[in-house]
Every structure is written in structure tokens, then in C-alpha cells.
Design a protein around this ligand. Structure first.
Ligand code: OAD
Length: 252
């Protein structure tokens, strides 16, 4: 039996499937992963040094522009067959819960019903001081800016910033707690397109593994998760996931 068939059988037999996705999930949509080299204007910057509270404090306009750039990439791209395949899985299994580190919103866009967003949503902005409570989401579509990000229209004091989690910031508590809980209850955990180096997301597959779940992975390269993965499909998720769903359907 091929590895892919065994892989599909394990997913097809899952009672409580939890899927953890990272930037690789959207790579075939045309969104560069976090650690991919960028082209053009932004090639000289290290994303790891822009996505921090310190970077925003030091140069708010630079960080704001960088996120405008990333937002434009998301707006120019669309979900790929991998995203749709995960929606199809919902009809085939008793439970599918997606935990995503991605901020592009593609899982929700294609109709996945239970998505836990650990790192926020790049389409939204919030008051950098969360003046009306955490998070103070603001619609910036009618606002203008020039040499600084727009000011929060509520307090007129803090800048707006994207509603994403930056390095050294805490993840939203309710989302993280639920993600940990569903990992403890999972019987199969499928990890897609994450290098597994950013915590606490990277610790979730280990949590599932230690509480008895089988861990599977789709990633063209080895990651920190590969050591506990029973099978790693060494390919892109946009191609592999539709094949997996097809194999599950054929046995259903
Ligand atoms: P990374 O950029 O670290 O890793 C992307 C992973 O996707 C790598 O392991 C690639 O081998 C894999 N990959 C590439 N193409 C793929 C494809 N077509 N199909 C499947 N896998 C593919 O991204 P993340 O692990 O998501 O955090 O990074 C985690 C977090 O670090 C991000 O959410 C972001 C970042 O800094 C914040 O913004 C807080």
C-alpha cells in the first residue's frame, strides 16, 4: 500500500481530526511563506524584524507599509485547492477543527466552519492602544495616511496597526486555550505547511502526540514536527490534499 493511501486511511478513520496550518498552506496561492526571501523593495528587510512591537514603536510607518504590502498580496491571491479540500473533509469526517497561524483568512473564505485563528487577521486594523478594549477593531478603509499610520478615530491618540500577533506578543487567550483543548482531545492531528519554530503554535502537535493522537504532516521539507509525524507527505498541500480527499471518498 502506498504511503499516501495509508495517510488517507488514517485521516479517513479519524473521529476528531485537528488540522494545524502554517504559511505553506497558502504558498500555492502565491503568498510567500514567512521565511521565503522577498523580492523588490522589501527584500532588504527581515520579516522577523518588522513583525514586532519594537519595530512598530521605532518606525510605525515602515511597519504599516509592510503590512499594506502583505495585505495587497493577499487581496491579489485566492485560496488554493488545498483550502477547498479541507472543506470537503468536513463532509466525510465526524469532526474537523482547523487551527491556523495564517492571517489571510482563506480557510474562512472557502467555508471551513471551525477555524481557530491564533495569529489574527491581516484584513483588520485595531487601535495600537486598544483604547476601547482588546481588540479595538477599526475600519480603516475610509481613512487616509501620509507619513504615519492613521490615528485611531476613537482616541485620536494611538496609531492604527494590523490585527495580527507580532513576535513577543501574547496570543489571544481564548483561541490559544481552545486550540490546546482540541489538541488534547484529537485522535489524529494533521500538520500542514509550518516550519514549527514559532511558539506556542509549534508546541500544539506535541501536545496532541503526548495525549495519544497520531500526527501526520504535509510539507515538502522536514520541520520540527517531522520527528513525531507517523507519515510526512513530502509535497505541496495544494496538490496533496485533493488527492487525499479523493482516496478517502473512494473508500467511503
Ligand atoms: P514558515 O514560513 O516558517 O514555514 C512555512 C513552511 O511551509 C515550511 O516548513 C515550508 O517547507 C512549508 N511549505 C512551503 N511550501 C509549501 C506547500 N506548498 N505546501 C505545504 N507546505 C509548504 O511559516 P509558519 O510555520 O506558518 O507568525 O510560520 C509561523 C509563524 O511565524 C507565522 O504565523 C508568523 C511567522 O512569523 C506571526 O506573524 C506571529
Amino acid at each position: 500500500m502506498s504511503d499516501l493511501q495509508t495517510f488517507a486511511d488514517m485521516i479517513g478513520g479519524a473521529k476528531r481530526l485537528v488540522v494545524l496550518t502554517g504559511a505553506g498552506m497558502s504558498q500555492e496561492s502565491g503568498i510567500p511563506t514567512f521565511r521565503d526571501a522577498l523580492e523588490g523593495l522589501w527584500a532588504q528587510y527581515d520579516p522577523m524584524e518588522l513583525a514586532t512591537p519594537d519595530a512598530f514603536a521605532n518606525n510605525p510607518k515602515l511597519v504599516w507599509d509592510w503590512y499594506q504590502f502583505r495585505r495587497e498580496i493577499v487581496n491579489k491571491t485566492t485560496p488554493n485547492p488545498g483550502h477547498y479540500a479541507l472543506v470537503e473533509l468536513e463532509a466525510l469526517l465526524p469532526q474537523v477543527i482547523i487551527i491556523t497561524q495564517n492571517v489571510d483568512g482563506f480557510h474562512q473564505l472557502v467555508g471551513s466552519r471551525d477555524v481557530i485563528c491564533l495569529h489574527g487577521n491581516i484584513q483588520q486594523d485595531k487601535c495600537a492602544g486598544n483604547c476601547q478594549g482588546d481588540p479595538t477593531i477599526v475600519d480603516s478603509s475610509q481613512l487616509t495616511w501620509d507619513d504615519a499610520p492613521p490615528l485611531c478615530p476613537h482616541c485620536n491618540r494611538n496609531y492604527l496597526r494590523p490585527n495580527v500577533v507580532w513576535f513577543r506578543e501574547l496570543l489571544p487567550t481564548a483561541e490559544l486555550e481552545r486550540a490546546q483543548q482540541v489538541c488534547l482531545e484529537a485522535d489524529v492531528m494533521l500538520v500542514i505547511g509550518t516550519s514549527g519554530v514559532v511558539y506556542p503554535a509549534a508546541q500544539l502537535p506535541f501536545l496532541a502526540y503526548r495525549s495519544g493522537a497520531k500526527v501526520l504532516e504535509i510539507n515538502p521539507s522536514r520541520s520540527t514536527i517531522s520527528e513525531i509525524a507517523e507519515i510526512r507527505v513530502a509535497g505541496g498541500s495544494g496538490e496533496a490534499l485533493p488527492q487525499v480527499v479523493k482516496l478517502i471518498r473512494e473508500k467511503a
